[in-house]
Design a protein around this ligand. Sequence first.
Ligand code: ARG
Length: 464
Amino acid sequence: MQDRSKSEHKPWSGRFAEPVNELVKRYTASVPFDRRLARHDIRGSLAHARMLHAVGILSAEDLAAIEGAMQQILAEIEAGTFPWSLDLEDVHLNIEKRLTDLVGEAGKRLHTARSRNDQVATDVRLWLREAIDTIQEDIRALQRVLLDQAERHAGTVMPGFTHLQVAQPVTFGHHLMAYFEMLKRDAERLSDCRRRLNRLPLGAAALAGTSFPIDRERVARELGFEGLCENSLDAVSDRDFAVEFAACAALLMTHLSRLSEELILWMNPRFGFVRLPDRFCTGSSIMPQKKNPDVPELARGKTGRVNGHLVALLTLMKAQPLAYNKDNQEDKEPLFDAVDTVTDTLRVFREMLAGLEVDAEQTRAAAREGYATATDLADYLVRQGLPFRDAHEAVARAVRFAEDKGVDLAELSLEELRRFSPLIAEDVYQVLTLEGSVASRRHPGGTAPEQVLRAVRKARQSLG
Ligand code: ARG
């Protein structure tokens, strides 16, 4: 970034007797990071300029000059040849200065009826709206991978856990579909956030509105906003949309972090449930046997970072009097980083989960080890007429017996089982098998393979 303190003066420097302190210049500048808003800044400026022309404030020649120069500026930014200057503080002043260098007077007229306060609020909303659309696509792509894996493993039995202790058998497909549901709600929350942020701040000017006869509706239409920010003070000062987005991002990351935690456990040889493709793991420089789940570990770690951004944005807002305060410049880095982190995490998860391999023998063996069908035996006794509490007691004793023998419930003979209740008959073995257990939970939302497949079909339709 160029430092042209001698050659450039800021548009506001007329009021000042001495140039700004070097350190202050660096401290107050946002251009190193808000350059990311350049495309949206230009888009907003063009809509503003066209409106100024439509209401008779800007001549056709000035508008044409601005439109032409903005094309060139955009090309320069994309080509990396744009002369960014720290001295010009932020993206807005950088672009305005370049515009004025290119077209003179016309460039200076662009800022009529506008302030950087409503300009930046507009840019950030446009930028975030686009980011949300990209994230929605990435969520859908990850959901599709989950559906493919859930379909493949609709009948793969694994232990379901509560308190991280084997509880009841479930299918791997059912487990993955739980994450599908979480992501679905994440996407809904983002749509909701997008709807609320999709309002136009321009026209609020610095804080009080403008004395020029502007046409805000026209600008809103051109920029694809669904409406106007209805209060000029609110328009320039609130960043609740950024807070809301960060909350959505934190929840989304939290869901992926839970999945990360499970992948890390499942990859541990003590579990041995899954294998991640080698390209998503790393080794140890000292312990040759190691294959570390770095990607899920990092996703878990980066969740802390995004949660931090949410807290940073809330804290940024909490003591600001109306209307705009420079504090708001600090909204960008947390927001940008939240978007980047969520996007990267969704993309890396999509690839990683597509390559996930499940060891169905291991998951099955683990379910057998933990007396996962004990509830099924209790339910069986209830169906024979025993009150549930008594059934629970009888099965608990049977489990203790099996444990002492070092076998699973299904491995006890009928004679042995009948010691705990005379109501037990030969047909009990149907409910003691893992397959029988999962197949019996065949209501909507249950773990039966047929229900998992039904859920997958329904989900595919909803994704379109
Ligand atoms: N760079 C500033 C920001 O991001 C733009 C608005 C500056 N407005 C002002 N009155 N200094 O918030």
